[in-house]
Design a protein around this ligand. Sequence first.
Ligand SMILES: Cc1cc2nc3c(=O)[nH]c(=O)nc-3n(C[C@H](O)[C@H](O)[C@H](O)COP(=O)(O)O)c2cc1C
Length: 188
Amino acid sequence: MGAVADAARRRRSRSKVTDEAPGHEQLLELVQAAATVADHSSLRPWRLIELRGDDRLLIGRGLAEASGADGKSAEKLEQKALRAPLVLAVVLSPVESRKVPEWEQESVASGVAHLLSLVLDDEGWGVFWRTGTDTRHEAVHRAHGLAPHEKLLGWLYVGGRTERDEKPRKLLEPGRFVSAPGSATVEA
Ligand SMILES: Cc1cc2nc3c(=O)[nH]c(=O)nc-3n(C[C@H](O)[C@H](O)[C@H](O)COP(=O)(O)O)c2cc1C
């Protein structure tokens, strides 16, 4: 098995992370690696917003405005983004194209986030991709300073690993998900 397949088999999401985080320069190196995903016409229809420190609070502010929460409930929403020292908002930034529809471009943005999660994990960091029912609410988009044509794909929460997290992951039975045409084996 090659090194990438090994890293993929080892990868797991880590909901609890420590206050340690990759620095900006290391992040850029890993984003460069993740940006090698297949990208029809090389449109680069994505960007990441790097949130550290108090910048993370903008997520909760947007979510509070979206849900109409105030007082203690709004505070609770704000605290959620403080669960990791680095939060990366994943943004679909579609490019006008007659050849590449938006769903293809969203696949690219999603692919970058998945590959970035893998390379961060492989470098020893803890990562958890989160969303919520209001992820695409206009107030949340505004809080992130998105342009009208952009959309959020959620947030990668990144931090140091805790020791209690080190269970090996359970691998699925792949035969159920791969079939010859006309012989679907995946039950609905
Ligand atoms: C787009 C996307 C959004 C997600 N949003 C959430 C979320 O809001 N809350 C959650 O518990 N898991 C969410 N997940 C799932 C976790 O990130 C994680 O994949 C899941 O807990 C399974 O763990 P594993 O990646 O180690 O298999 C999301 C995954 C993706 C791809």
